[in-house]
Ligand binder design. Sequence first.
Ligand code: EPU
Length: 421
Amino acid sequence: MEKLIVSGGNRLRGTVQISGSKNSALPIIAATLLTAEPCTIRGVPNLSDIQFMCDILKWLSVNVRHHKTDGVVEVHAQHPLGVAPYDLVRKMRASVCLLGPLLARLHNCKVSLPGGCVIGDRPIDQHIKGLKRLGAEVEVQNGYVHARCTELVGTDVFMGGRFGSTVLGTANIIMAATLAKGITYLEGAACEPEIEDLCDFLTKMGAKIKGSGSHMLVIEGVEQLHGAEHTVIPDRIEAGTFMAAAAMTGGDIEIKGARAEHLCAVRDKLEEAGATVHRNNGSIRVQATGLLKPVDVITMPYPGFPTDMQAQMSALMTVTPGISVITEKVFPNRFMHISEMARLGADVSLEGSSAIVKGVRGLSGAPVMASDLRASAGLVIAGLGAEGETEVNRIYHVDRGYEKLDQKLRALGAKIERVAE
Ligand code: EPU
């Protein structure tokens, strides 16, 4: 196993290029199962989660070629199998978005339930409800979701759950509805940019989707979809993570490829905290040379402040003088990073789904343990702002979702090394 050694104190300066979006690429690769024709996906980041998805497709007898250095995944799903086993699915929760395309294509599939998750309870009741509305019989048995139908039939489906619209649930129902008979009205749909990107890809495959990017989608089912080529959007959470890192280190960096329109809530909070955020053509520049102010943050579905940026923003607030309140409305228990940040000297108390952060004068490096992808990013950012060495252990979490994070930070002037544990 590897760990990252971060020596804080250096201001980040320079330019960083953002990779393609992991959370766009995963459902888009799953969507290639909807056609027997070849598909080519470009701009795919080289991450372990992408590798897991490709491995599952290969297990389903699908021909997959992953050109890692070029960021290209070619898929040809001529005769996919319909069973995704626990051993592969448990490695990555996003494999639940195989349900929609496999059911639509084969009318009978079994996908293992992914199991526990460190960021909180992650039920899939909304996915199941949606598939049932489209006419599928769905049972959970022996750890598998077994979905079958004679045909899928379009109808109205409401996707809003207790914590807002589900992202991968929306992806599943959209994919299933593209091959359903008749029209599906998807209400309360997630409108994350990754869902819009999926709709763009499906449209290139011949799907008929109206309202992409909104809460109300109208999907007219077609007989079959065809092969297509697509380039995924830049990763807004990777970009946001570099924005927070710039603010943490009093830096000045240009984030190339970042789409400012996907990061309004993050930009707004960093500006409220006192950083300067310029939106250039195809990039975002963050300058944070002055003292920052505390801000209150509430995570929400898009276009609200993303839960996937909560740990990074929490890290920034730990050294911002004053009191900030960070409230989680998407995953109410997603605070595993807080006790690790306390090891660096952060003063944070948890009250229900809120973290009350009292900014301290400085953090001091210590060994910490990454618990999930975004928690690790938060700990790396905390380390960049801490005095001395912070050892971030279990960085396989980082590698699930950030392409070359350490290399990119080093190029911006950070002292960060990857070493064997
Ligand atoms: N929920 C339900 N029932 C469902 C589905 C979800 O109650 O059937 C709840 C969840 O428990 C949670 C909330 O609804 O409280 C939102 O969950 P959602 O389904 O939207 O999450 P997801 O689709 O499983 C995606 C991202 C996550 C990101 C969330 C929220 C991918 C592969 N994953 O997960 O990304 O945090 O949306 O934006 O797209 C990450 O990249 O680190 C990550 C965890």
